[in-house]
Design a protein around this ligand. Structure first.
Ligand code: PLP
Ligand code: SF4
Length: 461
């Protein structure tokens, strides 16, 4: 209790130097409460217990336009369904949206909603691909000694035990592998397979320099409790392994699983506890992109993880129309940090096919980062990175050797990962000044644009 009894103390009134905080400055603490899903026609009669049930969430996820129609009914006009139908057909990722996400979308204005933008493709907003886009732009397959294990950095590796997620994000960097095949893309198989996993464990053991393993995917939400424990224990038993991270988007799109899938939560807790006993760190990396994803259900889930002593960090992707302004990013950072989720990274959107309307420029990333730094604790301040196309790894977004803003070419080096090489990231063409757009319109100019930028980068070094 705060002691407000003025009569008891001698304290003279304090002079405040700063003006009082505005209500807006504390808005990140106000979460969506109540049974917000009931405004969706199909969930009108769904009670709290049912809505929180992770099995119900998984079973009722939307992966077809017919299911979207059944869920929303006349909340949106037929023209929107037609647009989505066409969007589904053209998207490189399969579509899967949880009832939780569906309930958080503003269906009065679905075109501009930050959650709709991330999960439900509409054909009318799609832009032509940049000529240098690629499905596996990070070259994860090229850096994989065994399928599903990418060893790019000296002491850490990325293990992909499976290829499914509870939702599919349109901007996924692993559209080469994640989710079922689509009309556009036949996927590279990374199914659950203990023999493939055993090869990964063997490889990690044979590389004593590997200390840090990211278990991603796919999504750790999709691993059964016994699989979580099996993978966790196998890796913790390797003497060289010191740190594990289980990556899951779950907290952002289906937080109630933490509250209702007790076996899953207990399995992960046992791995964390075993790690702690061995003086090895095991934590969760999650993936919030917008403050609207964080509701009272997320708060309850984060509180449970806090009580169990599980560290949660967040990796966001900078997405046009979602979190590419100072206000939206600042709200996200403060809201998740308030609930003990540490903002760790903000990635520039990878150069994946079919989603150029979601990407933004390196210049925007640099500008947003400049404003975010200083708003809260340093350890809750995300580092903005560009995962250099072609396998250069993560680079501080502002650490480019050269940035041509007219043609949207930034050139990075990665001395500790691929010494001597240069890596280019390309801004989406529709956001460039006219001069740049015109030059990209001529295919004969493409390699010249790149060569000029590389030449300048070399000269500037
Ligand atoms: C991102 C990533 C890691 C982990 O990198 P951190 O900077 O430590 O988060 C490891 N391996 C690969 C291939 C990655 O892409
Ligand atoms: S949860 Fe991660 S791996 Fe799965 S679709 Fe989204 S970005 Fe891709």
């Amino acid at each position: 209790m705060v002691d407000l009894d003025q009569s008891a103390g001698a304290a003279a009134p304090i002079t405040h130097i700063k003006p009082p905080a505005s209500t807006a400055a504390l808005e990140h603490r106000n979460l969506l409460e109540g049974e917000f899903w009931r405004k969706i026609p199909a969930y009108e009669k769904v009670d709290r217990e049912t809505f929180l049930d992770w099995k119900w969430q998984a079973k009722n996820s939307v992966n077809k336009v017919s299911k979207l129609l059944a869920g929303l009914q006349d909340l949106v006009p037929q023209s929107f369904y037609d647009d989505v139908q066409e969007g589904f057909a053209r998207a490189p990722m399969a579509v899967r949206v949880s009832p939780y996400v569906l309930s958080l979308i503003d269906w009065v204005e679905p075109y501009n909603d930050p959650l709709r933008i991330q999960f439900i493709p509409v054909a009318s907003r799609m832009k032509p691909d940049h000529p240098f886009l690629d499905l596996d732009s990070l070259h994860e397959k090229a850096d994989a000694p065994v399928p599903g294990l990418t060893h790019r950095y000296p002491d850490k590796a990325l293990f992909l035990p499976l290829n499914t997620c509870p939702v599919y994000c349109r901007y996924c960097t692993r559209s080469y592998a994640i989710g079922p095949d689509t009309e556009e893309v036949e996927k590279f198989a990374l199914r659950v397979n203990k023999e493939r996993w055993a090869k990964a464990f063997q490889y990690i053991l044979e590389r004593p320099e590997l200390e840090d393993i990211v278990i991603s995917g796919g999504d750790a939400y999709q691993l059964r409790p016994e699989q979580i424990e099996y993978i966790g224990n196998k890796l913790l038993e390797l003497p060289n392994v010191r740190r594990l991270r289980f990556a899951t988007k779950g907290l952002a799109i289906m937080p109630s699983k933490v509250l209702t899938d007790h076996d899953w939560l207990d399995a992960i807790t046992r791995v964390v506890d075993r790690g702690r006993a061995l003086h090895k760190e095991v934590c969760i990396h999650t993936h919030f992109n917008h403050a609207n994803e964080f509701t009272w259900i997320s708060r309850d889930a984060c509180n449970v993880l806090m009580e169990r002593g599980i560290t949660v960090r967040n990796q966001s992707v900078l997405i046009r129309g979602v979190n590419d302004t100072v206000d939206t990013m600042s709200m996200l950072v403060r809201r998740i940090a308030y609930h003990n989720v540490h903002p760790y990274y903000v990635y520039t959107h990878d150069m994946v096919k079919g989603v150029d309307e979601l990407r933004t420029t390196v210049g925007t990333a640099v500008e947003v980062e400049k404003h975010i730094r200083g708003t809260t604790a340093g350890f809750n301040t995300p580092t903005f990175v560009c995962d250099a196309p072609g396998g250069g790894g993560k680079r501080g977004v502002h650490s480019y050797e050269y940035y041509d803003r007219v043609h949207g070419v930034s050139v990075y080096t990665a001395p500790n990962v691929k010494p001597g090489e240069y890596f280019c990231y390309f801004d989406p063409i529709d956001l460039l000044p006219e001069e740049g757009r015109n030059r990209w319109a001529n295919p004969d100019e493409h390699s010249k644009i790149v060569d000029e930028a590389l030449e300048r980068a070399r000269a500037d070094r």
